[in-house]
Design a protein around this ligand. Structure first.
Ligand code: FAD
Length: 506
């Protein structure tokens, strides 16, 4: 009897822990384009196409190494409704010794898979996903007993453990973090790098046609589709980033420009998240580029911190906090998500640009997600669960373990400050400083409370006012509340009135 190894759509790594448990000939590999997975949120159509095409390519690569793959397509006569359905079919058709799988990246599937231990008569072996730098156990040991789980301290431990950017036991250059050098606004530049683009092959083209016909009303543009769908393609995207953008990644990490969706960002998150690139190997490549003099230290450090710091840290938080984390709502926000989050139809130029780009590309960079769509939702008092579902749907790289802490914790402060030491609330001035959106906006960013004033300005103060009971005690907000307290009653009321008008239009 052989084993049955289930490989999920974000587990497309040849040295996946579950694949290492068996040799070719000892196991059938089960891969499933399950209906349940395309529909649990209103996924961007590019995201569905990326995962399906990458799965089909990965299955072919496994077969080329002598593995037998049982592959269920979404467009077969009777597609599988779920992974459970697929395993039931496999067990009905063949006798298997064990079902083996690598743990999933979300609580929803973890529950389904753990239920198989009672459901099936065959032993179910779930192995840890060791494509991460920090194991569950390691994160628990780090977090245990700490009052605050600050990313910066976690990151330093990861630097020491990976030996990335270290000179002996000291951080390269003498500092752990070069973020102070990384907050420059950018100017439109004809020589700005262009994203790596891959011409869709026959497999990808047929997946695009499938997604277009099956999800005619799905979110987002399916074409043009330029993502890589194989390991080789993703490695070419990494080379392209190092050659064209890494050197300026640090300086312009927080910058936003109306006509530029990508600036100096890497666009590698989806490839790393579905397993086409290994996060540690990516960091080694970036460190090597710095050591070879091809990028400054602030760029290499900033980039590596995002991966061995933020990416690992948010994963630790996700599993530590449990399945109810996505329901946290520390600020008791209840307003429904405005329709313009799906259509992009708003006069606020920053939101229109970010959402329009999200619809077209399934991509927005970190500061757009955090300080435009994220900040607006938080200061407008939108229900954080609705915000979470939106982010989980619309981005090419959205998988719950990484999306939820970024949204619930970092951007919405809905976990009450577990992840962020203060809410990322800001008035229009921040967006004006870091972008060119405001110059083309119908609202006036300099106007605080008038009928044409930038909505961020009044919502910012109204948010602080509405949530004063919860936030006033936060030491990092002390100076802000002192400013609010120093304002005249009339001025404070003008902010409240203008905020009410803005909220009424949502
Ligand atoms: P770059 O700017 O080039 O950064 C390099 C890499 O660092 C990324 O590829 C990514 O792997 C990693 N990284 C950077 N920031 C983070 C972070 N905060 N958390 C985890 N990894 C990070 N990232 C996702 O992968 N999936 C998500 O669903 C997701 N949702 C987010 C939601 C919000 C509200 C916010 C504020 C951030 C979110 N992020 C998410 C993190 C970050 O925005 C994306 O990883 C990044 O924009 C991807 O683009 P890039 O590959 O060009 O990144």
């Amino acid at each position: 009897m052989t084993d049955l190894v289930l490989v999920l759509g974000d587990q497309l790594s040849p040295d996946l822990a579950s694949l290492r448990q068996t040799a070719p000939g000892e196991a059938d590999i089960l891969m499933v384009e399950a209906i349940s997975e395309t529909g649990y949120v209103w996924h961007h159509r590019k995201k569905i196409a990326l995962v399906l095409s990458a799965m089909r390519h990965f299955a072919a690569e496994l077969e080329a190494t002598g593995r037998r793959v049982v592959y269920h397509r979404l467009d077969q006569a009777r597609p599988c409704t779920s992974f459970t359905d697929a395993v039931e079919r496999a067990l009905a058709e063949g006798a298997y010794k064990r079902i083996i799988l690598t743990e999933s990246g979300e609580w929803r599937l973890r529950k389904e898979f753990e239920g198989w231990r009672d459901r099936f008569d065959v032993p179910v072996v779930i192995v840890e996903d060791d494509r991460f730098i920090c194991s569950h156990d390691r994160f628990h040991r780090w977090a245990e007993g700490r009052k605050q789980l600050r990313m910066e301290y976690f990151y330093r431990e990861m630097r020491r453990e990976t030996d990335l950017l270290m000179d002996g036991d000291k951080p390269a250059g003498g500092r752990w973090n070069y973020d102070a050098d990384n907050r420059k606004p950018a100017d439109a530049d004809l020589f700005m790098p262009r994203p790596h683009a891959v011409e869709p092959d026959a497999v990808t083209q047929s997946v695009i046609a499938l997604v277009a016909s099956r999800f005619p009303d799905g979110f987002g543009d399916i074409e043009p589709f330029r993502f890589a769908v194989t390991r080789v393609g993703a490695e070419a995207a990494l080379d392209h980033f190092i050659d064209t953008a890494l050197a300026d990644f640090g300086h312009y990490q927080d910058a936003m420009l109306a006509g530029e969706a990508f600036l100096y960002h890497s666009l590698l998150s989806a490839y790393i998240n579905i397993g086409l690139l290994d996060p540690l190997a990516v960091c080694h490549r970036v460190e090597a580029a710095w050591r070879a003099g091809r990028a400054p230290l602030n760029a290499a450090e900033g980039f590596i911190r995002q991966i061995i710091g933020w990416r690992e840290y948010v994963r630790g938080i996700y599993w530590r906090e449990g399945p109810d984390y996505v329901r946290r709502n520390a600020l008791k926000a209840t307003r429904p998500l405005p329709e313009f989050y799906w259509t992009g139809e708003t006069d606020m130029a920053c939101l229109a640009a970010t959402i329009d780009q999200t619809r077209r590309e399934a991509y927005a960079h970190h500061i757009q997600r955090l300080m435009v769509t994220g900040t607006f939702a938080m200061i407008a008092g939108i229900d954080p669960h609705a915000v979470h579902e939106w982010y989980l749907a619309v981005y090419i790289d959205a998988f719950e373990w990484v999306e939820a802490p970024n949204v619930i914790g970092m951007s919405q402060f809905a976990d009450g400050g577990l992840l962020a030491s203060k809410p990322y609330a800001a008035s229009g001035a921040y967006i004006d400083r870091m972008s060119d959106y405001c110059s083309g906006c119908r609202f006036n960013v300099k106007d605080k409370t008038g009928p044409d004033s930038c909505p961020f300005n009044s919502l910012y103060w109204d948010f602080l006012d509405r949530n004063a009971d919860t936030l006033r005690g936060n030491p990092r907000l002390g100076p802000v509340y002192r400013n609010w307290d120093r304002m005249s009653d009339d001025k404070r009321q003008a902010y409240r009135d203008r905020a009410r008008d803005v909220l009424d239009t949502l």
